[in-house]
Write a protein that binds this ligand. Structure first.
Ligand code: SIN
Ligand code: FE2
Length: 202
């Protein structure tokens, strides 16, 4: 029973083909024409995060000095976020049996040196709905632990086209991205890694 992956954690390496990955990058590129990447701030300290963000969906996850929230509008343009592409709803239908579609798809762009500290996803009212995440571009060192911050963790490399599903216990576990392996993929013209996170919010 030593340091197992949490129940409900599924790793689907190579879920998307290279061509499908290129199509997803194209969809992100189209989305950020109306909802450009913005630089989030850490709540309270107002420190900029190293990851820049945008969203698809009726609700976008936004982090500013005033706090985290789900918001139907982009914090800089005050426009609605673009719709979640059908390709991502199809993924959701394929890898979950949740009766609702996701309302939010967070788009994280990790450029060289970006990281994401250990955290749990806790801004959603739909706390038991699974979370589905897609890796595109450079490889990342991903870490997942347990329900408590100091529980043992396991790390592994995520590559472009990989999908993770966090359901059941895994949905409530600490996780983060320790580093990006710069230049390990040619998928994203400007480099780095894009992660798409699908969530049911309420
Ligand atoms: C997240 O936990 O919000 C994103 C994880 C990832 O980039 O793989
Ligand atoms: Fe997360």
């Amino acid at each position: 029973m030593k340091n197992q992956l949490p129940q409900g954690f599924r790793y689907l390496p190579g879920y998307f083909s290279r061509q499908q990955q290129e199509e997803l990058v194209e969809l992100v590129r189209a989305g950020i024409k109306t909802a450009p990447f913005y630089q989030p701030r850490m709540p309270k300290t107002g420190q900029p995060t190293s990851v820049i963000m945008s969203n698809f969906g009726e609700l976008g996850w936004v982090s500013e000095k005033s706090g985290y929230r789900y918001d139907p509008l982009h914090p800089k343009t005050a426009e609605h976020w673009p719709k979640i592409p059908q390709e991502l709803l199809d993924l959701w239908g394929d890898v979950t049996s949740w009766p609702q579609n996701p309302q939010s798809c967070l788009i994280n762009w990790y450029r060289e040196g970006s990281r994401l500290g250990l955290h749990i996803d806790a801004s959603e009212q739909a706390k038991d709905a699974p979370i589905v995440s897609v890796s595109l571009g450079d490889q990342a060192l991903y870490r997942i632990g347990g329900l408590h911050r100091n529980d043992p963790t396991r790390s592994f490399k995520l590559s472009s086209g990989d999908v993770l599903v966090l359901a059941d216990t895994a949905r409530h576990c600490y996780h983060g991205v320790d580093r990006i392996y710069d230049g390990t993929s040619t998928l994203i013209p400007k480099g780095g890694r894009i992660n798409l996170t699908l969530r049911v919010v309420r």
